[in-house]
Structure formats: C-alpha cells, structure tokens
Write a protein that binds this ligand. Structure first.
Ligand code: ACO
Length: 326
C-alpha cells in the first residue's frame, strides 16, 4: 500500500452552459440522439480568453483553500491535459506563472482521458518513495478549442473543466491499495489531433483541413473503452484485495453513460454506487474523474476510510484504474 491522504479536492467549471437544444440550432442533431447515445444533456464551454491553465489554477487555489494549505507547501505540481495552453512550456508551468509560484517541480502528463489517474499513480509513487510530501494533481481541459464544431459526431461529446486533488503523506492506513495501468500506441490514430506538433506543423493547409481538431473513430473507441475500463478496474480490485461489495463509490471516466454502465456491470459494483456527472458536463477528458470525485465528496458520498474505485480510458490508447482508501 502506498500511503497518502487526499487532503482536499476542488473543481473549476466555466459558467457558460451549452445545452443540447442549443446544439440543435448549430448542427444537424437532436437532444434525443445525444441523450440516447451518450447521456449528455449539457456541457460547459470556456470563454475565448480562458485557457486550460486558468481553469487548472482556479481549481488548485480552491483546493488549497479547502485544505487550509499555502500554495508553497506543494512539492510537485502535475497537470494532466490533452489541451495544453502551449506545446511548451507545460500547462503546469503556466499555472505557476499565473499564481507566481516558484520552486516546486511542475510538469504535464499527456495520457488523454486517463491522464489524471496517470498523474495520481506518479504522485502516489513520489510520496511513497519520499520524493515528495505534498503533491497537487490536476486534470484540466479546454476541449471546446480543439473540437470541430461542424463535426456532429464529436462536437456533442466534449466539455471544459478542471478538477484538483492535493495528496499528502500520512502514516494512517490510507492511500493506494491497488492499481493497473497501460497503453497501446498501435491504436494512436483512432483518436487524435493530427496537426500542431512536429509531424504536421501548423500551416494554412492544416488549418483549412481542420487537422487541429479531434479526429475519432467513435465505434472503435467505444469497444476498447468498455473492455479496458472494466478489465482495469477488475485487476486493480484484485491487486487491492477488495471485493466489489466493499467499494463505496465507483468513479469511471465520464465519456458517456453507455460506456460507464457497461463498465460498472462488468465490475459487479452496485448501480447506486456509480458516480455520474456526464449529463451536466459531457466528456471533460482528464478532468472528469477529479471533478466527479470532488462533487461526490462535497455531497457527503465519501467518508474517511471509504474505498473508491476509479477507472479511465483515453487517446493513445491509454488506460488506468486505481482503488483508494480515502
Ligand atoms: N446527431 C445525430 N446523428 C449523429 C450524430 C449526432 N450528433 N453523430 C453521429 N450521428 C449519426 C451518424 O452520422 C450515423 O448516421 P448514419 O447511420 O446515417 O451513417 C449514426 O448517427 C450512427 O453513428 P455511429 O457513429 O455508428 O453512432 P454510435 O452509436 O457509435 O454513437 C458515439 C456514436 C456516441 C460517438 C459512440 O461511438 C461513442 O460513444 N463512442 C465513444 C467515443 C468517446 O467517448 N470518445 C471520447 C474520447 S475517448 C474516451 O473518453 C473514452
């Protein structure tokens, strides 16, 4: 067991709500299609001047306030994102820039929708090895700026937001009980943003071809997501020595209700124990699990000593699952 406690969590969500009814006026879609296929009813959209680090910084400051912690008590700052402010420096460094933070190690994790759990795995290991005492792990995305708003098969799915957790070393029996993670880069092109990196730098052609936006084979993602998220969760539970009945809450990555429900059913965790926020926020990629965790804590659904199972899948493909005693 890698011991730590979650000192605090927080979320930052842009105030602007984009409903399915409004999408009906923008593209050839219906509220009925979106709700039946995804469970999403509305999502938040960042204002044009807002970048990922703005949401990440807001979530971090709120988490520090909630935990009664000064910002400079953080030893390591990890931001999980697929929508960084810039290719370099990292969004984590832009968070420091915004908050005037000097000193703590800061870097991004690029693992798509699994990114926050990848960040948690790193933070748990750093705390376990003595490399850090206090770690901030933030999942933050502004997906709306990399979505093709004329592609109805993708633009209805995503939303913007950020969630943060602050982990601190502790001697109590709390922390990471078991985990499983992995990746399969052979499927990299199933879900990706083709241009903007060194493979296809920005050009007039790449902009005209909408190559800076999300390209996705939805059906393929769907099948792999259900398999990887359920098998990951089952493996993490096995390694943790925890049975499904002992799980207080299951927090799956919030891509859509059908993926989440199929994952839950395969893990045999009771329906009432699954946290679902996807109807209100859509798929916020790396931000979905920390936002859901924060909402569950705020609603009193998690008490000290409870066990939470989290599982995610995303571009790469990547997957990660963890079982925590909080
Ligand atoms: N409104 C209305 N019709 C639509 C829309 C829309 N927004 N989007 C697609 N359609 C149409 C298609 O054009 C197609 O029409 P056709 O039969 O005339 O060709 C029809 O609906 C069916 O399309 P499919 O793509 O087969 O629909 P499917 O049932 O697979 O649902 C969806 C699509 C919701 C994208 C599904 O594949 C899915 O959820 N995939 C997972 C993708 C995902 O969650 N990605 C997020 C990133 S990765 C992650 O977070 C796990």
């Amino acid at each position: 067991m890698r011991r730590f406690k979650i000192l605090a969590t927080a979320r930052a969500l842009p105030p602007r709500v984009l409903t399915n009814a409004e999408l009906e006026t923008m593209i050839d879609t219906t509220d009925k299609w979106i709700v039946e296929r995804t469970g999403i009813r509305e999502r938040r959209i960042a204002a044009p001047e807002v970048a990922t680090s703005d949401l990440a910084a807001e979530a971090l400051v709120s988490a520090c306030r909630a935990g009664g912690l000064e910002l400079d008590a953080i030893d390591v700052l990890i931001v999980a994102t697929s929508t960084p402010d810039t290719l370099f420096p990292s969004t984590a460094c832009w968070v420091q820039h915004k908050l005037g933070l000097r000193g703590p190690a800061a870097f991004d994790v690029s693992a798509g929708c699994s990114g926050w759990l990848y960040g948690m795995e790193l933070a748990a290991s750093l705390i376990g090895s003595g490399g850090a005492r206090t770690a901030a792990v933030i999942g933050a995305e502004v997906m709306s700026k990399v979505v093709n708003w004329e592609d109805r098969s993708t633009c209805v799915l995503f939303g913007d937001g950020a969630g943060a957790a602050i982990l601190t070393a502790c001697d109590e029996d709390r922390g990471l009980l078991g985990s499983a993670w992995g990746a399969d880069g052979t499927l990299a092109r199933v879900l990706y943003q083709p241009a903007g990196g060194t493979r296809q730098p920005a050009s007039a052609e790449s902009v005209a071809a909408r190559a800076h936006t999300v390209h996705m084979e939805g059906n393929t993602v769907f099948k792999h997501a259900v398999t990887a998220m359920s098998e990951g969760a089952i493996e993490a539970l096995k390694r943790a020595g925890v049975s499904p009945e002992d799980v207080t809450l299951l927090i799956p990555h919030q891509a859509n209700t059908r993926i989440m429900e199929a994952t839950r059913a395969r893990t045999a965790i009771a329906p009432a124990r699954m946290v679902s926020i996807v109807d209100r926020y859509g798929n916020m990629s790396a931000a979905t699990i920390p936002v859901a965790l924060d909402e569950a804590r705020a609603a009193g659904r998690l008490q000290d000593g409870d066990i939470v199972a989290m599982t995610a899948f995303g571009t790469g493909f990547t997957w990660a699952a963890q079982v925590l005693r909080v």
